[in-house]
Write a protein that binds this ligand. Structure first.
Ligand SMILES: [Zn+2]
Ligand SMILES: [Zn+2]
Length: 93
């Protein structure tokens, strides 16, 4: 990895690739999707969530990027995008 990109624990909502960050820029290492400001612009956390209105926080998304506990040939991504309801059920938070 060169150019000072940091790996995030977020996955691209388009291709499920790993998202990298540098400063306030977020970029998918796989398809090259890019956004500024918030990783939610391209990652699974913001999937299905309308953009926030000016001065308002982004509403809570239905999905969340999470480490994939069952990596396999069929699902090789380290980070997967899962419904938040699943996470709340398993972590109890
Ligand atoms: Zn991508
Ligand atoms: Zn995310």
């Amino acid at each position: 990895m060169s150019g000072g990109w940091d790996i995030t624990d977020h996955a691209c909502r388009i291709c499920f690739g790993r998202i990298l960050s540098r400063g306030d820029v977020f970029r998918c290492c796989n398809c090259g999707a890019e956004c500024r400001g918030e990783v939610e612009g391209i990652c699974g956390c913001g999937a299905g969530v309308p953009p926030p209105k000016k001065g308002k926080r982004r509403p809570k998304g239905k999905f969340r990027c999470a480490k994939n506990p069952h990596r396999s040939a069929a699902d090789p991504n380290e980070i997967s995008i899962v419904p938040t309801s699943t996470l709340e059920a398993s972590h109890g938070r």
